[in-house]
Design a protein around this ligand. Structure first.
Ligand SMILES: Cc1cc2nc3c(=O)[nH]c(=O)nc-3n(C[C@H](O)[C@H](O)[C@H](O)COP(=O)(O)OP(=O)(O)OC[C@H]3O[C@@H](n4cnc5c(N)ncnc54)[C@H](O)[C@@H]3O)c2cc1C
Length: 423
């Protein structure tokens, strides 16, 4: 059995690992070097948490969007020339979690995907011989005052309902819980069983190194289409010719949309571009990650220094980066930790492309056009967290056994009635 995995971001690499474990030969196809900044898996916030079962779309979002779009230093923007192209997708995205009932439905679908993620990553990092790359520990969400925490009440209620362990951190406890806690924050919620990656690019490279040592191969080529015979993919087309295979996994991040179309599935995937700043020092003194929901930034210490990530920019994936988002991230970060101010010059700035579905759920399932082609893409803000679980689902679908969690919510078939505009 020979499986071609299209895309070597964190999702494709995790799938390749599980496929090898299940006895398949594996060829990875990716035009970019593994671990390079072309993939969304390169410079992300590095956080791994079961708390990420609450999507960005929520009942209050539609009210905030106009302010976000008009405001300076906003966490969200739409590139003017892309506005018309993205508007249907954006409306559906905002509507996806617009009522309490819808948000509850999304949380119910996503909770099993994020549950146990820190333990899965810990086991994975050990299996590839790099336990230093994943650290388990608390994730603190901090708030400037009680009203701000109250604003997230529904999200925390749903997390609790779906089994995410969490605890209130009072003002009196905060100094002890987060030594050198940021300026202006009075209380928080801790999700104790979370984790983070110490070097996201290094993680991809380490996985690939182990895959290669176990016989997997990588072709530095883009998949351009498929040869389908009798309802099965028998070859993947590349610019260098056809690669024969017994099965295929499509995990090409945002580029999966065209490949899925080639297999008969029109899916409403667009790119939410995000940005990060990797500071080369860690003057914050943090040893575990922080979410600052009011500033919409994630701060994660790592082996390289400390990373600040965030921002949503709706734009064409190939448009030049708008580095003003980096200015905003740095401004927000230094409001919380003024000691970061002198470190901008040496920091690495990065723009990444989150592959985002309009209904806030990834696509994990069998293609309509071939019974041996499996999709694993569209993980948006939570692809690092959910990669190992996704990989296990991919293998179950490949073997024709029951996946360990319900996967119907992730089926590509859910978009069958989606309009062509949306896709
Ligand atoms: C700023 C930011 C912060 C984030 N923070 C977090 C976080 O803290 N925690 C978390 O869980 N998630 C986070 N995410 C989300 C996470 O990074 C993504 O969901 C995840 O990286 C997606 O992985 P992927 O493998 O699906 O896609 P990618 O990593 O983009 O990989 C897709 C690969 O496919 C390749 N490819 C493209 N076209 C083709 C083709 N035709 N043929 C072959 N290969 C192709 C690409 O070169 C690429 O290497 C964040 C994202 C961003 C942008």
């Amino acid at each position: 059995m020979h499986t071609v995995v299209v895309g070597a971001g964190i999702v494709g690499l995790a799938a390749a690992w599980e496929l090898l474990e299940a006895g398949s030969d594996v060829t990875l196809l990716d035009p970019a070097p593994i671990g390079s900044d072309a993939s969304a898996s390169y410079g992300n916030g590095s956080m791994i948490s079961p708390a990420f079962m609450i999507p960005v779309s929520n009942p209050g979002l539609w009210r905030k969007v106009p302010g976000f779009l008009l405001g300076r230093d906003s966490p969200m923007s739409v590139r003017a020339v892309d506005f018309a192209r993205l508007s249907t997708w954006a409306i559906n995205f905002v509507l996806a979690g617009a009522t309490e009932a819808r948000l509850r439905g999304l949380a119910a679908a996503l909770a099993p995907l994020t549950r146990g993620a820190p333990a899965l990553h810990e086991a994975f990092s050990r299996a590839i011989g790099r336990p230093d790359l994943v650290q388990r520990g608390p994730l603190h969400y901090l708030y400037p005052h009680e009203e701000a925490l109250e604003g997230d009440h529904l999200a925390w209620q749903l997390r609790e309902h779906f089994g995410v362990e969490k605890r209130l951190v009072t003002q009196a406890e905060l100094r002890c819980a987060v030594p050198n806690s940021p300026v202006g924050y009075k209380l928080g919620i801790v999700v104790p069983d979370s984790g983070f990656c110490n070097d996201t690019s290094g993680y991809s490279k380490a996985i690939w190194k182990q895959l290669a040592s176990r016989g997997a191969t990588w072709m530095q080529e883009a998949a351009t289409g498929f040869q389908v015979e009798n309802g099965r993919v028998v070859g993947v087309e590349t610019s260098k010719g056809r690669l024969r295979c017994d099965s295929v996994v499509i995990a090409a991040g945002h580029a999966s949309v065209k490949l899925a179309a080639a297999l008969g599935d029109r899916v409403p995937l667009k790119v939410e571009r995000g940005y990060s700043l990797q500071y080369r020092e860690n003057p914050t003194g943090l040893d575990s990650p922080l979410m600052l929901p009011d500033k919409r930034i994630a701060i994660t210490p790592n082996h390289l220094g400390v990373r600040v990530a965030g921002q949503v920019e709706l734009a064409h994936p190939d448009a030049p980066p708008n580095w003003d988002h980096i200015r905003i991230l740095h401004k927000r970060a230094t409001e919380a930790y003024p000691e970061l101010a002198p470190h901008l010059q040496t920091a690495e700035r990065w723009m990444g492309r989150r592959p985002s579905m309009s209904d806030c759920k990834p696509v994990i399932g069998l293609s309509s056009g071939a019974s041996n082609a499996i999709y694993a893409f569209g993980h948006a803000h939570i692809g690092l967290t959910t990669a190992p679980r996704t990989a296990r689902i991919v293998v179950a679908l490949m073997k024709g056994t029951d996946p360990e969690i319900p996967v119907r919510p992730f089926s590509p078939r859910r978009f069958r009635r989606t309009s062509a505009m949306d896709a």
